[in-house]
Design a protein around this ligand. Structure first.
Ligand code: C2E
Ligand code: CA
Ligand code: CA
Length: 563
């Protein structure tokens, strides 16, 4: 499918170019005062001609005007400075006086050379036509095969050439390598696209230096993913540290990681082999100690497991295998903790695998879009339950739900959430939305706008996992937020042996500055609870109070506790 699409796109480019090529009269620049008259006479019917007396005036004009062909005397090409100043995509026809000069011109980079005197009109025209067309087709091929930013193969051609290597050398021991930059999107967000592009070009250049000598094929997939197909080597650790050693000297200091799939037997398609190298590469994402991973049996088993989960998702949803659990949140501002609300957390009670943790399936469903369906289900179930508890216990309790980054890109999101409110006749304030801080890292403005819309409808916005993202204070001020949820890792860090509660203090200060309450999650014991209370944290959630529980058990919380 992907290949067909790319092929169609290529056809369209070709057709469009073909039209352009045939339509217009080609522009020819001529630097050859001695033969000016005769050339003019030969070409005037078919081409637009521009005559220059010397190389300098031509170069000046060439800066603003793109010519299709330059005809010049060999003497002009002898000047090295002139050759370097020429546009790389212009065809050149050099005129010489003998066989030696004819050969010399080609050495200087001329597309073609001719020995004077010039041939008759038909022959000359045909020759010129051929030179221009060869150059133009060459350019079209270049544009379709190469990534214009880095000059590396684009992924379509990379894979096709890799297949050719396999065809010609079926027994050679090859490796599929994928290089990726840690948090490249942050480089784009922070320093701008231009700087991002500069880094990508630098990496492409470094990869060429390192791998060209061993005849490797190098390509760019998209954004910051680089592909290398090469003969098996043992020294990847050294290669990667060389590449990173060079990058560390850059002021932005990007860091590359590497995923490797050994291609023994070559039973999978080339695309599958690289997909697996990408999986390996993902394993070492943000891992500061180890930046290299090989695709291994463990990962293969995980891949099979994930495939199974994806295949069984629809049936599981229909059969009620996904259940919503509720973890209470307690307000600790008063003397005694008071049940304030809860967080809805999904559980998969698999018919044969038992309970599967959301830590396993949520990222998987985020990667293939199934999360949209699952989250809708959880939100609807939660809204239904809020109504149900109200009927049973006469109390309306807010239950927050998790909203994934993928949900935020769906233009129907607001409509869908409003439909749920309408269906169960509940107000938006009863369904706070937990949105993790890191969603703002990419497309900051788009996400902020979408979250603002949600806030305008009336949904309280809880910023989840706060402190793990990379937001600056000035960005946070612009984000729509009603509650800050301190990430669990800060609680863990603070209450370890010799731990330091400084970070929690900072988050509470930020919340005060924003005039919003704080929630601490992952509170596991009395010591943590009392310390958080003393520091001025408003709400707590964690195993010390309760694990996530099913709707019936949470019902008894509502029944027995003050809200
Ligand atoms: P999260 O939103 O940060 O949820 C908090 C996680 O911490 C939950 O894990 C919860 O069970 C766990 N937890 C709560 N108190 C404690 C504690 O005292 N100690 C420890 N060690 N853990 C505690 P869970 O339920 O496994 O969910 C993991 C993550 O999966 C969630 O992190 C959330 O990102 C995602 N998730 C869960 N349910 C949904 C859902 O319905 N939709 C979406 N989009 N994501 C969900
Ligand atoms: Ca959450
Ligand atoms: Ca969280």
């Amino acid at each position: 499918m992907r290949i067909r699409k790319a092929k169609n796109r290529m056809k369209t480019i070709m057709n469009r170019k073909e039209e352009i090529l045939n339509d217009r009269k080609r522009k020819i620049a001529i630097i050859d005062p001695a033969n000016e008259e005769i050339i003019s006479e030969l070409l005037k019917n078919s081409y637009e001609t521009f005559f220059f007396h010397d190389a300098e005036t031509f170069l000046e004009q060439n800066r603003i005007e793109a010519f299709d062909l330059l005809i010049c005397d060999i003497a002009v090409l002898r000047k090295e400075g002139f050759r370097h100043a020429l546009r790389k995509d212009m065809a050149i026809l050099a005129l010489g006086r003998n066989r030696e000069e004819e050969a010399e011109a080609l050495e200087y980079g001329a597309s073609e050379s001719l020995i004077l005197p010039l041939p008759r009109r038909e022959v000359f025209e045909r020759k010129i036509d051929r030179i221009i067309r060869l150059e133009e087709y060459g350019r079209i091929i270049w544009e379709t095969e190469y990534d214009p930013l880095t000059g590396l193969y684009n992924s379509l051609y990379f894979f096709r050439y890799a297949e050719k290597i396999d065809q010609f050398y079926p027994d050679s021991d090859m490796d599929a390598l994928v290089f990726d930059i840690d948090r490249f999107h942050l480089i784009n967000e922070r320093y701008g696209r231009k700087e991002g592009d500069r880094i990508l070009k630098k990496i492409a250049k470094d990869l060429k230096i390192v791998f060209d000598s061993c005849g490797a094929l190098i390509g760019r997939k998209e954004s910051d993913t680089f592909l290398v197909y090469c003969r098996h080597q043992e020294n990847y650790r050294k290669i990667l540290s060389e590449l990173n050693g060079d990058l560390v000297r850059d002021r932005i200091k990007p860091v590359l990681r590497l995923g490797i799939k050994r291609c023994i037997g070559k039973t999978e398609t080339i695309e599958d082999r690289f997909d697996r190298a990408i999986q390996a590469c993902d394993i070492v994402k943000d891992n500061y100690e180890n930046r290299i991973a090989y695709y291994d049996r463990r990962m293969f088993r995980k891949e099979l497991f994930c495939q199974r989960l994806v295949i069984e998702f629809e049936d599981a949803l229909a059969n009620g295998e996904f259940q919503v659990f509720y973890q209470p949140k307690f307000d600790i501002r008063g003397k005694e903790p008071v049940l304030a609300s809860a967080e809805a957390l999904v559980r998969w009670k698999h018919h044969s695998l038992g309970e599967i943790s959301p830590v396993l399936f949520i990222p998987l469903f985020e990667s293939n879009g199934l999360i949209r369906k699952l989250d809708l289900y959880v939100w609807r179930k939660t809204a239904e339950q809020i109504r149900e508890w109200q009927k049973r216990y006469g109390k309306l309790i807010p239950i927050s739900v998790n909203v994934s980054r993928i949900d935020l890109y769906d233009p129907c999101l607001c409509e869908q959430l409003q439909a749920i409110l309408k269906e169960y006749d509940i107000q938006a304030k009863l369904l706070p939305l937990e949105i993790t801080e890191s969603v703002y890292e990419r497309d900051h403005m788009t996400i902020v706008e979408r979250v603002k819309e949600l806030k305008q409808i009336g949904f309280p916005i809880e910023m989840d996992d706060f402190g793990t993202g990379y937001s600056t204070l000035s960005l946070i001020r612009r984000m729509p937020v009603d509650v800050l949820k301190i990430d669990m890792s800060f609680i863990r860090e603070a209450f370890r042996e010799n731990g330091d509660t400084g970070m929690i203090g900072i988050v509470i200060d930020i919340a005060r500055y924003l005039k919003v309450p704080t929630i601490a999650e992952g509170v596991e014991d009395q010591k943590q609870y009392t310390a958080l209370k003393r520091m001025g944290c408003d709400i707590v959630q964690g195993y010390y109070f309760s694990k996530p529980v099913n709707a019936d058990i949470f019902g008894s919380f509502i029944e027995n506790k003050k809200i």
